[in-house]
Design a binder for this molecule. Structure first.
Ligand code: ADP
Ligand code: UDP
Length: 238
């Protein structure tokens, strides 16, 4: 498999074509952005951590029956994935109030829900990723009703698996964002990444934030938090 030309550069990753038309290569960067790209910075070593962590979790999810785009880790920052047609929905699962949920509904952070919630944002930078419901997504023809049902079912399945896994390393999975895509045969695959950039991860004992909120909120020790999550995940594999 040969890495060919770059076809896309996003905020956190670059995407390359390969000599296999069914496969892409993604390269994780150390660049960090927040608040619709208004805040920019670098988190040293983030690219390698997010690459490794995403792959470790994608393998776990595959083992538990979730179809994913993961194919093979190519280097510390590069991974081969199945090319999909990304469904432009940010699928956000929450177990505990935080971030926009707390702001939007005027509640404090840290309230554990009786059941997880799933919400969608329209993945559209120009519009600022607005919140939308399943009917809006269908009206905009972003996905069919069947695809949306499948996405919600998979998102909740992923939540159950990840919550249990993070618990074993002393981490509370507060919320996270997933992206799904259509493979050539129409199968819905979990795509993109699962990392401290896309999850809120709180230390179970101390409540310390071990995720991108350290960067968003200028809490300091950003690199150390990413390294700590990776250290715990690596230990759990042994
Ligand atoms: P953004 O586009 O939000 O700045 P990134 O920097 O993470 O995000 O860029 C990676 C891009 O690759 C995203 O737009 C994501 O939707 C897309 N992507 C992730 N996995 C796949 C895949 N398997 N096939 C095609 N595109 C993918
Ligand atoms: N999230 C993400 N990308 C986005 C928006 C949100 O990865 O474009 C993640 C975010 O890291 C958090 C969860 O989704 O783990 C819920 O985010 P929220 O809606 O609270 O928005 P935020 O406050 O993170 O902007």
């Amino acid at each position: 498999m040969k890495k060919l030309e770059q076809i896309y550069e996003g905020k956190a990753k670059k995407v390359y074509r390969t000599d296999d038309p069914a496969l892409y290569l993604v390269e994780y960067k150390d660049d960090a952005t927040a608040f619709d790209g208004q805040k920019k910075g670098t988190i040293v070593g983030k690219g390698a951590i997010n690459n490794r962590m995403t792959n470790l979790l994608m393998v776990l999810l595959e083992q538990k029956g979730v179809p994913t785009h993961f194919v093979e880790e190519r280097s510390d920052r590069e991974t081969v994935v199945r090319k999909v047609d990304i469904i432009p929905l940010e699928v956000i699962v929450r177990n505990v109030s935080a971030g926009h949920f707390a702001q939007r509904y005027g509640v404090e952070e840290g309230i554990a829900f009786d059941e997880p919630t799933v919400e969608f944002s329209y993945k559209n930078d120009a519009l600022g990723d607005p919140l939308l419901n399943a009917m809006h997504a269908r009206a905009l023809k972003l996905a069919t009703g069947e695809e949306i049902d499948e996405i919600i079912r998979r998102a909740l399945q992923v939540n159950g698996i990840l919550q249990e896994f993070f618990l074993t390393v002393g981490i509370r999975l507060v919320d996270f964002k997933l992206e799904f895509g259509r493979a050539d045969d129409g199968t819905i695959l979990l795509a993109d990444e699962i990392s401290p950039d896309t999850c809120r991860l709180w230390d179970m004992e101390t409540g310390e934030k071990l995720d991108k909120d350290r960067f968003r909120r200028d809490l300091g020790h950003v690199e150390e938090a990413y390294q700590e999550v990776m250290r715990r995940l690596a230990t759990s594999k042994d």
